[in-house]
Design a protein around this ligand. Sequence first.
Ligand code: FUB
Length: 311
Amino acid sequence: QPGKALLILCIAFFPRLAAAQQNPVFPGWYADPEGIVYGNRFWIYPTYSARYEEQVFFDAFSSPDLVNWTKHPRIIDTAEVKWAKRAMWAPGVLEKDGKYYFFFAANDVHEGEIGGIGVAVADKPEGPFKDLLGKPLINEIVNGAQPIDQFVFKDKDGTYYMYYGGWRHCNIVKLNDDFTGLVPFDDGEIYKEVTPEGYVEGPFMFIREGKYYFMWSEGGWGGPDYKVAYAIADSPFGPFKRIATVLEQDPEIATGAGHHSVIQIPGKDQWYIVYHRRPLGKTGANERVTCVDEMHFDENGYILPVKMTHT
Ligand code: FUB
């Protein structure tokens, strides 16, 4: 029976949602969360939100239902990434051909350090991850974009692009097959700037019903007005015309809500935004917790403002 087979497939391979969702989803100061589904589990890869000098490792979290989370401590640290002496943050993981590629930012090129966007690889989503290159994949400032906050996106035709950039500038680059380098675009350019109005950092891209949804963070990352906005385009290159704010502080719930990612429940038009925010009464820049809330669309495909839940 095809119906029964599909049900068994869904139960075996897709994660199930539990009713009693809570925020923050796991304890501790964790920011810049990238959420993704691998097999029958949800995964979140966040920044360990502390002073730079303490941001020397990454933990990951996995869950069968978005409620019960298992911590996978120290999936990679600066002892493995020799060039990342000072700090590592804003990770993201991508599966390709049975390998898991872990992208992250490290150090601060602005202060003359070797730094930028690095990549590591593992056989499992929980690592252990090994530095792939022994140096950053991108360590230069191009078009004014700080080389941080990368998001790797697989386009409909299988091409892998990376959006990245802090300091109010966002670039897109094309990655080679094994993620060891960049490939020039047809016009010979390697970096293209795609910065939308209001952009600060934290780019994210997904496709829904054939349209490209580009999202980013605005405001000051240490401040209460941090927020998420978006654009819709017909191509991964834009143009990205700002449409609206999706997520922002709520005086009854939390401030500083941003640097997000988006999870789609496989096979369903059901979406979640994964983001960090600052609990009420907290003002420290690194006092950030990881939260998940539902994200809905209207009948024209526009994203409705997200209602943050729980305190
Ligand atoms: O966690 C460090 C920085 O905070 C990230 O690079 C920004 O996106 C902001 O979330």
